[in-house]
Write a protein that binds this ligand. Structure first.
Ligand SMILES: NC(=O)c1ccc[n+]([C@@H]2O[C@H](COP(=O)([O-])OP(=O)(O)OC[C@H]3O[C@@H](n4cnc5c(N)ncnc54)[C@H](O)[C@@H]3O)[C@@H](O)[C@H]2O)c1
Length: 330
């Protein structure tokens, strides 16, 4: 690990991002495994730790399934899907790691202890990022000795294909660490949103959750089926979102008057109680109805088959959007 021209945490130099070769992934389920696949595709070595005895086998299957998609998008020189070691000892996985991505289950007490343990074993100055879906680093860092190097780096599933990462520090995070982490992910090829304050659920998950909560209410009340909800997005607003987000979409929905007309015209109806802000009671009936609806929609396709289809769709959409941006500045 070199330390030249790097920003400084109080007293401890941060790594030179350009010279990093080894990354630790702590927790290698859906997200940690997805991060591992991405890091490998970008040519890094990955050292992993996960308490589950099946974790090694599961991550191997995940990486093998993701590799064709990653190959299609272009691998870094020297990228090797086998350049990963799965350790039974956390300290061993952190030994020599120059960046840590934590991906343990979304349980606050577990994250608090795990981040403190990682902090204890990671080399000084190494940045430790958490994939948490919504906890603040302020609440997760309470047991760590060096909270200044802990930061949220929130990815989206699958992390090996979705570019977005939301980066935000806690009250004790050094601003230089937030800045370093954003630039590091950008260097990895990610699209980074750096938040200047902690907001539960960050940005995208707040938006996703609002939609999901409402969808569950609609199933619960018999207002829509699972299939109708999914198709209402994939054949509806979802088609507009790959290129233009919900704000620009409504700017166009306002016609020549744009967003100004949209707000003046439809703003008042926002007050009408279309949506429910409270989550529905997750009864067994609701759970079973949603699961059965998904099974029906899957129509016999297994989860790995659905993942392969999803990956192809994401790649196709990304390639078309990137080409449009290049050619038309869209
Ligand atoms: N699934 C998503 O769509 C998604 C998206 C973004 C962020 N996240 C976040 O990523 C994190 C991981 O979620 P996931 O969906 O991969 O969960 P998961 O259940 O698929 O994987 C969690 C992994 O952590 C391991 N684990 C259990 N206890 C551990 C411990 N004490 N220390 C380290 N590892 C431990 C488990 O064995 C498992 O392999 C969570 O914080 C979640 O909120 C999830």
């Amino acid at each position: 690990m070199t330390t030249s021209s790097a920003p400084q945490t109080p007293g401890t130099p941060l790594p030179d991002a350009a010279s990093i070769t080894t990354i630790a992934c702590v927790g290698i389920g859906t997200i940690g495994g997805g991060w591992a696949a991405y890091f490998l595709a970008r040519g890094y070595r990955v050292q992993a730790w996960d308490p589950s005895p099946e974790a090694g086998e599961r991550v191997r299957a995940l990486i093998d399934a993701a590799w064709p998609a990653l190959t299609q998008l272009g691998l870094a020189e020297g990228a090797d899907p086998h350049n990963i070691s799965v350790h039974t000892d956390l300290a061993e996985a952190l030994d020599g790691a120059e960046f840590v991505q934590e991906n343990a289950p979304e349980v606050l007490e577990m994250k608090q202890q795990l981040l403190a343990d990682i902090d204890e074993h990671a080399a000084p100055g190494v940045v430790i990022a958490s994939s948490t879906s919504g906890y603040s680093m302020t609440e997760m860092a309470v047991k760590a000795t060096h909270p200044e190097r802990l930061v949220v780096g929130h990815p989206f599933n699958p992390p090996y294909l979705i570019p977005l990462v939301e980066v935000v520090g806690g009250e004790s995070t050094d601003p230089a660490v937030v800045d370093w982490t954003s630039r590091w992910y950008e260097q990895l090829g990610k699209s980074v949103i750096t938040m200047d304050r902690e907001v539960p659920g960050f940005i995208a998950n707040r938006l996703q959750e609002a939609l999901w909560r409402e969808a569950l209410h609609m199933v619960d009340n018999g207002e829509a089926t699972v299939e109708q909800i999914d198709r209402s997005i994939t054949d509806g607003p979802g088609l507009r979102w790959p290129l233009q987000g919900p704000m620009l979409t409504f700017h166009l929905a306002g016609g020549p008057g744009g967003m100004a007309h949209m707000l003046d015209h439809f703003g008042p109806s926002l007050k009408s109680p279309w949506t429910r802000l409270e989550a529905p009671e997750l009864t067994d009936e609701l759970r079973d109805a949603v699961v059965a609806g998904c099974d029906e929609e899957a129509d016999g396709r297994t989860v790995p088959e659905l993942i392969a289809q999803r990956d192809q769709a994401i790649i196709a959409v990304r390639q078309v959007v990137e080409q449009l941006r290049r050619e038309t500045g869209a």
